[in-house]
Write a protein that binds this ligand. Sequence first.
Ligand SMILES: Cc1cc2nc3c(=O)[nH]c(=O)nc-3n(C[C@H](O)[C@H](O)[C@H](O)COP(=O)(O)OP(=O)(O)OC[C@H]3O[C@@H](n4cnc5c(N)ncnc54)[C@H](O)[C@@H]3O)c2cc1C
Length: 431
Amino acid sequence: MFDVIIVGGGAAGFYAAIHIAEANPAFKIAILERGKEVLTKVKVSGGGRCNVTHAEFDPNELVKNYPRGEKELRGPFHTYCSGDTIAFFDKRGITLKIEEDGRMFPESNTSQTIVDCFTSEAERLGIKLLRNSSVVAIETVQKSEESPLDGWMIASIQKKYYAKKLLVTTGSNPKIWKLLEKLGHTIVPPVPSLFTFNIKDDRIDGIPGVSAYASVEVLEKTLPSKVTINLKSKVASKALLVSEGPLLITHWGMSGPAILKLSAWGARMLNDWNYRFKIKVNWLPEYEEEGMLQLLLQIKGVEAKKTVLRTNAVAIPKRLWVHLVKASDISEEVKWADVTKIQLQQLAKELTAGEYQVDGKSTFKEEFVTAGGVDLKEINFKTYESKIVTNLFFAGEVINVDAITGGFNFQNAWTSGYISAQAIAAKKISS
Ligand SMILES: Cc1cc2nc3c(=O)[nH]c(=O)nc-3n(C[C@H](O)[C@H](O)[C@H](O)COP(=O)(O)OP(=O)(O)OC[C@H]3O[C@@H](n4cnc5c(N)ncnc54)[C@H](O)[C@@H]3O)c2cc1C
């Protein structure tokens, strides 16, 4: 019998447990974790370094990194933001450092620092950790011969537990979503977010590791040939997505922030399209096709005696230049003086508006998340309590919130963990 049971021993579960215990030391708190280890995702996160949060301290800017949750997180971030996360770890002797792109990691460069901090804090605060306790049933109960209190019965395969309040922090777990549906909640169907694009194309073949700052547009779904032109143009005009940032060529296609952002913002649409669609890449976003042609014509005048292939005239990696020149039907020995306008038009197109066919996706190993979960309309974001069932709270990825890569997904876990904890610790219940 507990005051509060937290189902799920991950990032949000631990963060909430620690804050409940600090806010209300008299509370009996238990974390039920299905695995024999806790915090397994924290351990592997950020390539083993744990990208704890992001150095974005303005809540109105921070929310822009959440394809799902942008509107709802505004209030919560005004209550608890990345600066509070930094202070939490600092108070416990862990300094977070900022990398050039704003991502924040523990100075130790290992996620074990974060795992150790959480487990030692849980022990210090007397939080009961029940490992190997996969929750299979959740029911509201009333005080009776069966139940010692008004509140919740939470059953693992082996045991039944009772608690006055329940906090669910099970991440993207389909079984728990089913149980929540039984309690009357709507679950937005899960789809993957944060993935890379599979592209087989000579223009990027054999140059993995090449990276450039690019702008990328999702053009249209690749439709089976029997679908009519009408539908095709409708889909394309409605569903356009654009992003800009570093783009990394991989063995399988394209990755890097420019691609990952599209995968997050387009998570549901690209899933509907079965991950078959066309993109347009501009390797020099400060130019449009016509401006690029003018630039190439100028270079033709200046570099007349040199070969096109060996004179990388624009700011893109050399190996990429070579591939795009070849793709424009300009052979190795052709000099700038001899290159035709048609060839330069083709090269300008390749540099600023090359189209690529995406055929499937791959996992981004550093971080992947699931879009979907408890419908945001059914949660009170001042407390993270369910609007459907009283004394039921949520935190972390179990709700329909997810972010682009950069430490934002953990910040969602910390903010929701903290706010739900304050509400749980403060709410009085008669037993
Ligand atoms: C490889 C990888 C790397 C990542 N790196 C980063 C990063 O560097 N920065 C960042 O911001 N985000 C990162 N993320 C995303 C981040 O890990 C998640 O957004 C975050 O862990 C969500 O926290 P959570 O507590 O909601 O869920 P989780 O951390 O997934 O925890 C849920 C817990 O609930 C338990 N559970 C599930 N079902 C049951 C059940 N029935 N009974 C009992 N327990 C149950 C699970 O075993 C788990 O321990 C990464 C994700 C992955 C997969």
